[in-house]
Design a protein around this ligand. Structure first.
Ligand code: SF4
Length: 84
């Protein structure tokens, strides 16, 4: 979950996103330029209280870009492949 999305949330079933740590850090870490490190985003996700819900949301909604729930785009793709 990322800061731009959080400010526009109105659905009660997305209320969990209000606890997102990335809302306090900014989206730059979570949507780095291609080839850039995602280490800092993953470190922040590792401390986030809603990590599991975030990852589930990303997988359910086929989020293709950025770090969600502590996983990069490639890692989420791999998770989808192996869980089929
Ligand atoms: S798990 Fe990471 S991307 Fe998801 S809400 Fe928390 S800090 Fe943001």
């Amino acid at each position: 979950m990322h800061i731009d999305t959080i400010t526009t949330i109105t659905s009660p079933d997305l209320a969990w996103q209000q606890e997102a740590l990335c809302a306090q850090t900014g989206a730059d870490f979570f949507f780095p330029e291609p080839g850039s490190s995602v280490r800092e985003a993953k470190r922040i996700c590792g401390m986030c209280p809603i990590r599991s819900a975030c990852l589930e949301y990303a997988l359910d909604n086929d989020e293709r870009f950025g770090v969600w729930g502590g996983l990069s785009e490639k890692e989420r793709l791999e998770l989808r492949r192996t869980s089929r």
